[in-house]
Design a protein around this ligand. Structure first.
Ligand code: AHR
Length: 348
């Protein structure tokens, strides 16, 4: 009797161990089936795409933050710049019963339904980089990323300070804006920062055309703008990849890029400061100023998830501090809304 009881106890114990340390089945983006220890925290990450060097750095930062050795299993899905793909990914994460969903949304609108589904399933959603425009802000726990409008305002302040210091008057600034993906938080903020400054200062903002944050589109759009206007002297690119494409197009058309506007150069400014080629261009003056956009959000998202795991409530909006990079010595700092931002000199 005693022996049977011991065997039964052992079997029960084994079953209990299997249940507590057992494995659940989750699918990865390759559609392979992967065994995941059930005590790991499963995070489904819907990345919007791979359109820029910034995005690649951001994806790597996320992948390095959620490591199996540290108790995480990261399911990564690339949305290829299409909201429909991101919605499908979120539904897949819900089906797989992940613990947290991290969303880097391609554009702001159109998320109410799918985020409602995540909430009904009891899965907290953390937004990273860009934001969503939803009626009910409780559809997501929190957000971490850049203040894109502030980035735009700082760049506009730099343009103002530089052009004033070389003696240009406002109406002589003939600007084109190569925008990012229309409807994305980064585009909305950076476009607004420039458009407001142009209106307030009386600058000639001649065109706003999307380059979709890619080098190819930046090149294409710039080539078309050069055919349309013969007096462009400032090109405001909403990211570095577009700027690299735009510079190619200007040079191919026989133009010269640089800050010497008074002697016919076309000044290019942009955002990010991640791509090596863009930073080299900035160091040699081909890009006159880069507004930093920091992509290293992996550890930040991880801390937010850790707070949620511990039952804490993180701040709803978490902004990252950012600077401006330039090799140009004329502007040392800019002031926006009463705050002084120093320019980081990256000259050789
Ligand atoms: O949302 C951040 C922006 O998206 C970066 O500036 C750009 O490079 C990326 O594609």
């Amino acid at each position: 009797m005693k022996k049977v009881a011991v065997i039964a106890m052992a079997l029960l114990l084994g079953l209990a161990i299997l249940v507590s340390c057992g494995s659940s089945i989750v699918k990865e983006n390759t559609n392979e089936v992967k065994q995941t220890e059930s005590h790991q925290i499963v995070v489904g990450f819907s990345q919007l795409g791979a359109e820029s060097d910034w995005r690649s750095a951001n994806t790597v930062s996320m992948q390095n933050a959620f490591l199996p050795d540290e108790g995480y299993s990261l399911l990564y899905k690339n949305g290829q710049q299409k909201q429909a793909n991101q919605i499908t990914a979120i539904r897949m994460f819900i089906q797989q019963e992940v613990d947290y969903i991290v969303l880097a949304p391609v554009t702001e609108s159109g998320w109410d339904s799918v985020l409602g589904e995540a909430r009904d399933a009891g899965i907290p959603v953390i937004l990273v980089d860009r934001r969503v425009d939803v009626a009910d802000k409780n559809l997501y726990s929190c957000w971490v990323g850049s203040d894109f409008e502030l980035e735009g305002k700082k760049m506009a302040a730099w343009i103002k300070s530089y052009t004033t210091s070389i003696g240009m008057s406002a109406e002589d600034l003939h600007i084109v804006n190569i925008q990012g993906t229309i409807g994305s938080t980064a585009q909305i903020g950076r476009t607004r920062g420039l458009a407001n400054a142009a209106r307030e200062n009386g600058w000639d903002l001649m065109a706003e055309v999307s380059g979709d944050f890619t080098e190819t589109k930046g090149r294409e759009v710039m080539a078309a703008l050069l055919k349309r206007f013969d007096n462009i002297n400032i090109v405001y690119c909403e990211n570095d990849n577009e700027a690299i494409g735009a510079i190619d197009a200007i040079e191919a058309a026989g133009g010269k890029v640089g800050a010497d506007i008074l002697n016919g150069e076309i000044m290019v400014v942009s955002f990010d400061g991640v791509n090596k080629e863009a930073l080299d261009y900035a160091a040699e003056g081909k890009i006159s100023c880069i507004g930093e956009c920091n992509p290293m959000h992996g550890p930040r998202v991880k801390s937010l998830i850790e707070m949620l795991v511990n039952g804490e409530t993180p701040d709803k909006f978490n902004y990252v501090d950012e600077t401006l990079f330039s090799a140009n010595k004329l502007v040392k700092e800019v002031e926006v809304d009463g705050v002084i931002y120093e320019i980081q000199d990256i000259g050789k």
